[in-house]
Ligand binder design. Structure first.
Ligand code: HEC
Length: 114
């Protein structure tokens, strides 16, 4: 769908998010922390989730830029992170994924029970 140079596509991003669902969910902590409220959040700050020291010390604030860098190669940006995932090498896929994550913040299940 998203042709070269097209705007990020949150619908395509939702399909790419399927790769993250192995460890993450929007509204609940799993192997990885929940993603609801991710934008503007300080890395390593979901209460009760047991992060690596590396993530807690990273001082990253999650936004389009930092997510793009992290998701390209998680361990390159946060060496020692417990997120043992290779990343999403395709920049267009990352843009779609980040568009989805941003959009999901204002929608169910993120708007329920919070
Ligand atoms: C193999 C399991 C696994 C997969 C797959 C995975 N993650 Fe993670 N993720 C984790 C873990 C574990 C952490 C906590 C890392 C730490 O504490 O160092 C994490 C942390 C994160 C964080 C930091 C959150 C915070 O609260 O600071 C983001 C953002 C993130 N993951 C996004 C993604 C996205 C997007 C995908 C899909 C492309 C993905 N992850 C795939 C396990 C995974």
């Amino acid at each position: 769908m998203a042709a070269w140079g097209a705007a990020p596509d949150a619908v395509r991003g939702e399909q790419i998010y399927a790769r993250c669902l192995a460890c993450h969910a929007l509204a609940t902590d799993r192997v990885g922390p929940r993603h609801c409220g991710l934008f503007g959040r300080l890395a390593g700050s979901v209460p009760g989730f047991s992060y690596s020291q590396a993530m807690k010390n990273s001082k990253i604030v999650w936004n389009d830029k930092t997510l793009d860098r992290f998701l390209a190669k998680p361990l390159a940006m946060v060496p020692g992170s417990a997120m043992t995932y290779d990343g999403v090498p395709d920049p267009m896929e990352r843009a779609d994924l980040i568009a989805y994550l941003r959009q999901a913040n204002g929608k169910p299940p993120c708007t329920n029970g919070h």
